[in-house]
Ligand binder design. Structure first.
Ligand code: NAD
Length: 367
């Protein structure tokens, strides 16, 4: 059987810096765990624009469609602000998401004990937190028609349309139930069925799909109440599934319960391919951080944890993903910190490379 394949798109700004640390970890898995990946690398975002005049070359798009998983660093930067909208770096990322039809966006909110003090909430509310928000990514109010700004009598009216088909709801619900089966077997679906017809349909379809997953305990919550509950006692949740708009807000809210942007991974999954693996793009939540790019200050953990998600969700290597997450946890518990994780007490931050090396040493120690 051939090795699993991975396309790496480092992108712009700190993207290549954090990705270099992930490359070391990928090599470690090959050398020490016999888990060898066929890795190819290509350009995306501003880097692709500089080379080809487009933020994603067709050849790169074709490679992304052919591999088992894509791992992306970050795109964008002030240099590209003047470009036409159609060739801005972000368009490369949007094209990947659209053409790979990545409808299920996984945003974990996990609080490492060593960083519990970083949350704006009380330590006991967030310590040990481990929840997953599944956001529908390709439909809903950001895409529904009609949309636009129209003239109505003497004034303008802005219109966006919340629209969901049963099949769109069912496929993201299944992806959330599948996840719940691999985790704590609890799923909470959030919508606004009290005031939106699309919410009523959402609740109906999720309930129908739940019959395929009798082991998963399903609950429903209005999204506004969900926001309150997430800040009051987030540990009551395991997996949350919600639409594109509510998911946009709730996933950011949940993520920031846990501290720094430099720590947050994500996955976007599509339909299963012939080999049974879902189409998949893994990326840190953060952007290209031009303010610290090229200074060796970036925290590589968000990108490293994105690779851990790839191990778990694309390559069925749950125990190896857990090994990598434990290595990150150990390094943090030992007090190793990049600048973004320094508390008010100060201390000496490590560089991007030193953080990567510390995680490699923790991986070695795990053998
Ligand atoms: P950003 O996430 O790049 O940075 C926000 C702040 O967080 C900055 O102060 C930055 O230094 C810090 N930060 C981010 N990641 C960090 C890390 N790994 N380690 C340490 N500190 C980190 O967001 P922004 O400044 O709003 O955007 C900068 C550029 O990135 C823009 O061009 C924007 O369009 C783009 N962007 C890209 C993505 C993506 O590629 N998915 C996401 C968001 C923003």
């Amino acid at each position: 059987m051939s090795n699993p394949s991975l396309l790496i798109l480092p992108g712009d700004g700190i993207g290549p810096e954090v990705m270099a640390e992930v490359r070391k970890i990928i090599d470690w898995y090959g050398a020490k765990r016999g888990l060898v990946f066929d890795v190819s690398e290509d350009l995306v975002g501003g880097a692709a624009y500089d080379a080809h005049g487009t933020p994603l070359h067709d050849d790169t798009m074709a490679k992304a469609q052919a591999v088992d998983a894509v791992l992306l660093g970050a795109v964008g930067g002030p240099k590209y602000d003047v470009l036409d909208f159609s060739v801005k770096p972000e368009r490369g990322l949007l094209r990947l998401r659209k053409e790979m039809d990545l409808f299920s966006n996984l945003r974990p909110a996990q609080c490492f004990d060593a960083l519990a003090d970083f949350s704006s909430l009380k330590k006991d509310v967030v310590a040990g937190l481990d929840i997953m928000i599944v956001r529908e990514l390709t439909s809903g109010v950001y895409f529904g028609e009609p949309r636009g700004i129209f003239k109505e009598g003497n004034e303008r009216v802005g219109i966006n349309t919340q629209r969901y088909t049963e099949s769109e709801i069912a496929r993201v619900a299944r992806s959330a139930f599948d996840l719940a089966m691999k985790r704590g077997k609890k799923l909470c679906s959030m919508e606004k069925a009290n005031v939106m017809e699309s919410g009523i349909l959402w609740r109906d379809v999720v309930t129908e799909v739940s019959r395929e997953y009798p082991e998963v305990e399903l609950s429903h919550m209005y999204a506004d109440a969900g926001a309150m509950q997430l800040t009051r006692w987030p540990k009551q949740f395991d997996v949350i599934v919600t639409d594109n708009l509510f998911g946009d807000l709730l996933s950011d809210l949940a993520a920031m319960l846990t501290g720094s942007l430099g720590m947050l991974p994500s996955a976007s999954l599509g339909a299963p391919m012939e080999n049974g693996r879902p189409k998949a793009l893994y990326e840190p939540v953060h952007g290209s951080a031009p303010d610290i790019a090229g200074q060796g200050k970036a925290n590589p953990i968000a990108c490293i944890l994105s690779f851990a998600m790839a191990l778990r969700y694309s390559f069925d290597q749950g125990p190896e993903a857990a090994r990598l997450e434990s290595a990150v946890e150990k390094v943090l518990a030992d007090g190793v910190r990049t600048a973004d994780l320094m508390g008010p007490d100060g201390g000496v931050p490590v560089s991007t490379t030193e953080m990567g090396d510390a995680i490699l040493a923790a991986l070695d120690a795990s053998l």
